[in-house]
Ligand binder design. Sequence first.
Ligand SMILES: Cc1ncc(COP(=O)(O)O)c(C=O)c1O
Length: 381
Amino acid sequence: MVAHRVSEIEISGIRRMFEAAPPGAVNLGLGEPDFEPPSVVVEALVQAVHDKMNHYGPSAGLTALREKVADRYRDIDPDVTRENVIITSGGSEGLMACALTLYDPGDEVLIPDPGFVLYAPQARLVGATPVPYSLVEEHRFLPDLDELERRVTPRTRALVVNSPANPTGSVFPHSTVERLIAFADRHNLTLVSDEVYDEMVYEGHHISFAGKGDRSIVVNSFSKMFAMTGWRLGFIVAPRSLAVEINKAHYHMVACPSTPVQAAVLAGLGAAHEARSAMRAEFRARRELVVREINTMPGLRCVPPAGAFYAFPKFSWPATAYSVAGELLKRGLITTPGDAFGRLGGRHLRLSFAASRPNLKRGLAILRQYSMDMRGRRKRS
Ligand SMILES: Cc1ncc(COP(=O)(O)O)c(C=O)c1O
């Protein structure tokens, strides 16, 4: 028999589309760069394996890597040290370690709608109740503080935020960050800030929650930064007392993060600036292309994403996002239906522009044909 907490969890809408796809389908559904990790990182991994770094390491991560991560935040928080840092097996595990550490059964957790697919199931897995707050196009997909005030109850334990955001692409301006910190403070909430896209910003700039307020935890990842989604490495930056507690949950899930992968990332953090900025420049160019194309398709409107690497167009067809995505799938294009990210995503599709240019062109051609067929169908009816 399977425990209720797992049998009641559904497989994510992203995975469902991926697994139902016909062979050869263009995949704009998964959020992963089509780049390979920078060569310095690949070489350092091979070297680490040859150097026999193939064994367990400290559960919070290699000291040198924790220090390097602390350095990354030193200019925004001069007090940050390796004691604030835990190296995780990706952002996903970092988020789960936070859920296990912070939420008791019966607690409520404020999560974005639409928001990344792990926040709600992870809260449920530990017996907490996810309480969605709205991100709508009319408010540039930014949290509405008045609504947050209405959603908070004596049982609310934490606020989860995500900027640059998946799937909406919004990037919080300074004023939003300040107001969210004040809100969390006022209600004694721990603030969990998912910043895995912090290097992918095209308008404005990223403002980290690291060191802001007494209870802000940053979850980050090397997955997108180094195009190494399959290597599974990320990190948490938290106030020291919380880091000690999170490390217990982390230890009981993974024992320690991968030792050779940590050695590889350590080499990359100091060195791979060119590869990282080339990847960013390419994403920026693809973003222009994708948004421009989509905005000339009948029935679709796309706000240019300020960050991350997703277009999140709204459609005006009388259909659900699942049926539109299902129809596109039959035509050979994998997208993610917006309602996979929450109820308010119901009239949106998410398309990743981290895919290669030829794939983007093929995918956009399928989407254009579909939008024209939908217009034809409406005219006839
Ligand atoms: C917003 C967000 N957070 C966290 C993750 C988890 O990334 P990973 O586990 O690969 O570090 C993802 C992956 O797509 C994401 O989009």
